[in-house]
Design a protein around this ligand. Structure first.
Ligand code: CUA
Length: 155
């Protein structure tokens, strides 16, 4: 089969672009551990306060030493808005929304998730340095979006 010279260049170019894309996905998922959330858990957004999983938001240290933080996001605050966690231990955050879609980003870390009504977002993060970390809502959720914040105090 006779393939024109320029046609051949473009075929190799397209193949190289595809290889770069697949390589990028491989590097980010295996080397940088950036992957889509694997936790899919639903909740009735109209009954968050009555749901036993979110009835008492806050920090809980389980008998096995693991730290669990339950947070409810709503217009325009996080409940609780100040979270105290220990340093150097894995902290599992569980966040849900009662109204609109919010964001839950702990500034200065790569802890960041969307908070979608009807779903429970969960991730685990270990704070290595003590200090105060700002929690910001990074999804536009209404008139008070810019004021929606909280803080994590690592002790
Ligand atoms: Cu909540 Cu923006």
């Amino acid at each position: 089969m006779n393939v024109d010279f320029y046609e051949r260049i473009w075929m190799w170019f397209a193949g190289a672009v595809i290889a770069v894309f697949i390589g990028t996905i491989a590097v980010t998922s295996f080397a940088f551990a950036i992957r889509p959330p694997s936790h899919a858990e639903t909740i009735d957004p109209t009954k968050v306060m009555q749901d036993p999983r979110f009835a008492t938001p806050g920090v809980e240290v389980r008998p096995d030493g693991t730290v669990h933080v339950t947070v409810t996001a709503m217009m325009f605050t996080f409940l609780p808005s100040e979270i105290h966690v220990p340093r150097g231990r894995p902290v599992t955050f569980r966040v849900t929304s009662m109204d609109a879609t919010h964001g839950f980003e702990i500034a200065g870390t790569n802890a960041n998730t969307m908070v979608i009504p009807g779903y429970v977002s969960q991730f685990t993060y270990t704070f290595d340095r003590p200090g105060e970390y700002l929690i910001v809502c990074n999804e536009y959720c209404g008139m008070g979006h810019h004021a929606m914040q909280g803080k994590v105090v690592v002790e």
